[in-house]
Ligand binder design. Structure first.
Ligand SMILES: N=CN[C@@H](CCC(=O)O)C(=O)O
Ligand SMILES: [Zn+2]
Length: 411
């Protein structure tokens, strides 16, 4: 089955020679072809070029993209989309003056979501989560990472990961799963964090690994949650089961999580709303991707990750949504890209690189996703008629997407 796109006003993120990420000053460069064509065969990009040199293709299904821009689908490398219910009440509590931390200390927050999830059966959890997945696909996401961490019991953590895997299979979208058993200390272990970590390392991990339910391991390394010593322990245990880390660090406090991640060869360190020069130094020369989550900063009114500083230090940067019920009830990557430009002072080129190829890197998917390259998955966004690609972040409240293509199929 072939699909031919013609008269594309501008084809973005064209990488004839495959790359796995872009860093520093290179992030300002977004290679494009104006007046382009692109041919899809089955689920992959077969070829592309300039309209003036297009070979004759007969009998293929054809879409005229006159006035429209085509780009690779967004790669969202950090989400918690498998959850039950919502935390609307905590949102109102924050409006009325409580902080995110105060709500957590009162028994709200992550453990509130865990209680709801434990009480929800697998089928209902699947149905609730599927709605979110379908919504983000319609918003241009073509590959996604999904974490556990709202289970906090062996049974519930496994339930979450099974739902995440099932979503990927049913909807034929690349889903990477991350085991985040160490997301919060459940009430049953209130004064026994080590006891809970025993369960995470000695009970949950072996079962999850035996059933092949996770690609990565995560921990919330933060004051009031898990320390650097806890992080080292969990990441060591994950390594024994072949799981590379992708971790939550530096959301509220700098406690050495970035260094711990780098020391354990983390694929990514995510959040980084607070970051110092030592953290930047630790990331230099490493293969760890810093990931910013600007929708979380927006929703919680906390600082934005200093993306400008990270890129100006020569580092790469990826952008992701953090879609979850507590800190970011939104999975819209278009808003993430716009907010990175507006609040973090990324240029449109940097933001698009961060949300495509660098997002793919942060999920171990750069070989198949994140750029217009022959042989990569035909996961594409076709915009409405817009003046230029800079219009995407500029018109931050508008839906500029006309069509999405996933695995070569119009959705
Ligand atoms: N910070 C840790 N975990 C999630 C939010 C958890 C929650 O509030 O439910 C995050 O990445 O923001
Ligand atoms: Zn998160």
């Amino acid at each position: 089955m072939h699909l031919l796109l013609t008269n594309i006003k501008e084809l973005l993120q064209v990488r004839k020679d495959p790359i796995n990420k872009v860093s520093g000053a290179d992030m300002k460069v977004l290679p494009t072809i104006k007046n382009a064509w692109l041919l899809i065969k089955n689920d992959v990009i077969k070829d592309f070029g300039n309209m003036t040199e297009m070979p004759t293709f007969d009998g293929f299904k054809h879409i005229d993209c006159k006035g429209k821009i085509v780009l690779p689908s967004w790669c969202d490398s950090h989400t918690h989309i498998v959850y039950a219910g919502n935390r609307e009440q905590e949102f109102v509590d924050r409006i009325n003056g409580l902080s995110y931390q105060e709500i957590a200390e009162k028994g709200g927050g992550i453990v509130n979501s865990a209680k709801k999830l434990q009480e929800t059966n697998e089928e209902d959890l699947y149905t609730q989560s599927e709605k979110r997945l379908l919504e983000v696909i319609s918003q241009g996401t073509g590959a996604i990472e999904i974490k556990s961490g709202y289970g906090l019991t062996t049974e519930a953590e496994i339930k979450m990961l099974k739902v995440a895997k099932k979503l990927g299979k049913k909807h034929n979208i690349a889903v990477k799963t991350t085991f985040l058993g160490a997301h919060a200390i459940p009430p049953e272990f209130k004064n026994d964090k080590d006891g809970y970590l025993d369960v995470v390392c000695n009970e949950m991990l072996p079962k999850i690994s035996e059933e092949n339910l996770a690609d990565y391991i995560d921990i919330f390394c933060e004051t009031g949650y898990f320390s650097v010593a806890d992080t080292n322990r969990v990441l060591e245990a994950g390594k024994k089961h072949g799981l590379q880390p992708k971790i939550h660090v530096n959301q509220f406090n700098i406690i050495g999580g970035v260094q711990a991640g780098v020391n354990h060869n983390a694929l990514s360190v995510d959040h980084l709303e607070v970051l110092n020069d030592n953290d930047i130094l630790a990331l230099k020369g490493s293969s760890t991707m810093p990931v910013a989550l600007p929708s979380c900063s927006y929703f919680l009114s906390i600082p934005y990750t200093p993306g400008r500083k990270i890129i100006d230090a020569g580092l790469p940067l990826a952008l992701a949504t953090d879609y979850n019920p507590g800190s970011t009830p939104s999975g819209n990557m278009n808003f993430v890209v716009a907010t990175a430009c507006i609040k973090m002072r990324l240029t449109p080129e940097e933001a698009i690189n961060a949300a495509t190829i660098n997002g793919a890197y942060a999920m171990g998917l750069s070989d198949t996703h994140g750029s217009i390259t022959i042989g990569k998955k035909a996961n594409l966004i076709i915009t409405k008629k817009i003046p230029s690609y800079g219009y995407l972040p500029y018109a931050f409240g508008s839906n500029c997407i006309e069509e999405v293509i996933l695995n070569g199929k119009l959705m």
